[in-house]
Design a protein around this ligand. Sequence first.
Ligand code: GLC
Length: 567
Amino acid sequence: MRIRKFALLLFLSISLSFSQAQQPRASEKHPWWQHAVFYEIYPRSFADSNNDGMGDINGITSKLDYLHALGIDAIWITPCFPSPQVDFGYDVSDYRDIAPEYGTLKDFDRLLAEAKKRNIRVLLDLVMNHTSDKHAWFVDSRSSRTAQHRDWYIWRDGRGPDQPPNNWESTFGGSAWQFDPTTNQYYYHFFYREQPDLNWRNPKVEEAMMDVARYWFKRGVAGFRLDAVTTLFEDPKLSDNPVTPGLNKFGDPNMEDKYNNRLPQVHDELRRLRKVADESGDRVLIGETGSDDVAKLSEFYGPNLDELQLPMNFFFTEVNKLSAPEFRKQIAEWDQNPKHGWPVWVLSNHDQVRHYNRYGDGDHNDAIAKLMATMLLTLRGSPIMYYGEEIGMENNDPKSRDQVKDPIGKLGWPKEKGRDGERTPMQWDDNANAGFSKETPWLPVPTSFKTHNVAAEEKDANSVLRFYESLLRLRHSNPALLDGEYIALNENDSNVLAYLRKLPGRAVLVALNMSGEKQSPSFDLSAQGLHAKTAATLLSSSSAQGQQNLSKVTLEPFGVFVGEVGK
Ligand code: GLC
């Protein structure tokens, strides 16, 4: 046992020293963002430098060494601009500053400079669909029908007394129209009523937002994650959306978002924004572009790959059970997307229950977290991690309605508990509040912070954190994992998800046991021109190292094997 542990430690430390020299590389063929591992930070919850119970920019800066050692190449910070915080930053009241509770522009510039020293790029979250109702544009817009900014938002008369202009619903519950007595008209909001939609048919809105992008590019941000970007445009005739059977979690009638989502004009704006990004150097645009339809989703790459470099799909976030066939299907579809765009993969984010809970069975949660990490980080494409997944952080949902902070949780309780559970403070150590803050944090940490925290896991060679570190090192240093083709293997196996990442002359085999039983798949790779009978272990959740026989690769329950296959 001790020898095994020693071997594992030796293996981990060898790979550590081997790949610390490896930095995220951009080659002629591969722009930096294709080799980068992205990491989403919810600034309110990541690190609190001034002990007020909320994270901040200086907190993020203080953790750059941690992120660098982990192997992160780029961070995406969810909105950190001034905001009334109704939707925790997604209601922006000033696009050109930092929220005072998170710091100052000077702090942000320091973050950029310190991140650069460590080869970490910084992305911001651009909310183009709507502003806060406290933004100066909207304050002016609502003040009179002839105000300078009136047409920057979508104002309409009702259909009759107390009747909104049409049947559109807010995705956060209730009508998407809010009556405003000052001017006796309704304004449109796809999200909360405190988030009025901008009118993208007004060229001044477009110009103002492109200028915001230029402003941050000039400051040094490497790109943006574009919030809710599919809903920029609405049908000018305001046609009613088709109603479908049943009620949603807010008790509203179900309906298709036919006339207020994914209108074709969105693509023109994305091409314009992409030009702005390209004029600023090697910047990247990531989009919140969820759709079940792969063809539609892939349109966000643009007809000539001239829109988003990385349109996010939420396929994995919608899979709520461990299922090799289901993941195999999702991967194949996106890997082969019709535009041949570079894939991007996400398991968790600030709007979804953490995957630790979605896939965990209660007994093998850490093994399952490692299994899912192996999938996320060995696929062809750019992975986006969510803070805390690397330590096996779990959701901590509110226990009662009065604990809820996220308004949709209050509105939809108990069917919709809101998103607080996946936004709790990062767990740094086993001190009070998981070492996040000396003050009571804005959301409580789960009791599992005692075992699942950075300090404890750094000391434990078998922790989820150490596993992520090894995986990330491997990913950055192995050409087949970075650039190799994805080839599905053993496609009828309902327990083991297996694939090859293949470059001419070298290949990596990945085998992931998604079942609670031991599995021993066999791999015949001759159809891929590979005649080797063994694979050299690169990473494995079992103690077996060295050459593995391909006719019988033994996988523990929820076990993983990653191995280099020779010719
Ligand atoms: C996106 C964000 C979500 C936010 C919404 C409105 O979906 O991810 O957190 O509430 O947009 O801005």
